[in-house]
Design a protein around this ligand. Structure first.
Ligand code: OKP
Ligand code: ZN
Length: 354
């Protein structure tokens, strides 16, 4: 679309919140199919998305210095303190190697006390071994959370939509657990920000390939946030232990969680039908704002996922989401087919400026 100085901006650019601090989270390994491999969640991902957004004419801006106290609207203080200090503590106890947990409080083990030492603490707060903590992890996670909350602030202040280029992602992180490459729940923080600023019903729709177990847990007993998720069936797909169709919320939140698992290998037709069901549930809830957990690991050649969406489907997803006509915060989650990640994200966002 060509513009000149004399022409009005008919196709306004989208505000996209980005921080270079994401790059401090790098160099980790994850346990993947029995091997320690370099993590799939790399700094390159965010830089490729940034380049694609710039090429598409979106406006990049830095996150605001949102007070850290906002984190505690979603996360437990002890969890935040642990994340902030975990790497320094690991080092001060003279350990080498990567900061990964190696034991977890499974059934039959005590759930009522956190061990004092660093290894027990890691197993207490983590739920998998795919989520390393390096020296810069806290700085990056905090910056990502601020990107999400800044995008929420922009939307609250009147932007029709805003995008947060969050890295590390967030939707697997719960009130006091981390995993799945996620430390702080960026999308939940954005939704909570909108609630705290007075939006009465907020919906989080999670279109990442993996179930957003952390977001679901955070809002499980609440009726002021509707959580809707399309994802690979946890019978076979990560995170395996949450995301089944019979999970509908509890207490006041009963009926305010909707899971739409799809078999691994699903293509656009099945995906589109599930998305239509999600959109109908959202319209029935009549929210005042929408948060999209945007993972593009639904792409056919994603290295760790098994849906078969193609590049041309992302603008269609964007158009369907934009068609809700809601003030919308789009928060970056997964997507590991690095060569196509920028085009796929830009494909979704383009629908919000058209
Ligand atoms: C993060 B996000 C499967 C191993 C899965 C963790 C995947 C985290 C995905 N064999 N490892 O939702 O994109
Ligand atoms: Zn994912």
């Amino acid at each position: 679309m060509r513009r000149s100085a004399t022409q009005p901006e008919v196709f306004p650019r989208m505000k996209a919140v980005y921080s270079p601090l994401h790059a401090r989270h790098d160099g980790g390994v994850e346990l993947y199919r029995g091997r320690l491999v370099p993590t799939f969640e790399t700094p390159e991902r965010a830089e490729i998305i940034r380049a694609a957004l710039e090429a598409a004419g979106h406006e990049l801006l830095p996150p605001r210095e949102i007070p850290e106290s906002r984190l505690l609207r979603v996360h437990e203080p002890a969890f935040v303190e642990f994340l902030r200090g975990a790497h320094a503590r690991w080092q001060s106890e003279g350990r080498e190697g990567h900061v990964l947990p190696s034991g977890f409080p499974a059934r039959g083990l005590r759930q009522d006390r956190r061990p004092a030492g660093i290894s027990g603490s890691l197993g207490w707060f983590a739920f998998d071994a795919s989520t390393p903590i390096v020296a810069g992890t806290w700085d990056a996670a905090l910056a990502a959370a601020r990107c999400a909350m800044t995008a929420a602030a922009l939307v609250h202040e009147g932007q029709r939509a805003a995008y947060a280029l969050c890295r590390p992602p967030g939707h697997h992180a719960a009130r006091s657990t981390y995993g799945g490459y996620c430390y702080l729940n960026n999308a939940a923080l954005a939704a909570q920000y909108l609630v705290d600023e007075g939006r009465r019903r907020v919906c989080v729709i999670d279109v990442d390939y993996h179930h957003g177990n952390g977001t679901q847990e955070i809002f499980w007993e609440r009726d002021d946030v509707l959580f809707v998720s399309l994802h690979g069936d946890p019978e076979t797909e990560y995170p395996w232990f949450l995301g089944y169709a019979d999970e509908r919320g509890a207490g006041r939140g009963a009926g305010h969680t909707l899971n739409l698992p799809l078999p691994a290998g699903s293509g656009w037709e099945a995906y589109r039908a599930a998305l239509d069901a999600a959109l109908a549930a959202i319209r029935a809830y009549d929210p005042e704002a929408l948060v999209v957990s945007l993972g593009v690991d639904t792409f056919v050649s994603d290295p760790i996922s098994s849906f078969k969406l193609e590049g041309r489907h992302y603008p269609l997803i964007g158009a369907l989401l934009a068609g809700l006509g809601l003030p919308t915060v789009v928060v970056q989650e997964g997507g590991y087919a690095v060569a196509e990640i920028g085009a796929n994200v830009a494909g979704v966002l383009g629908a919000f400026t058209a």
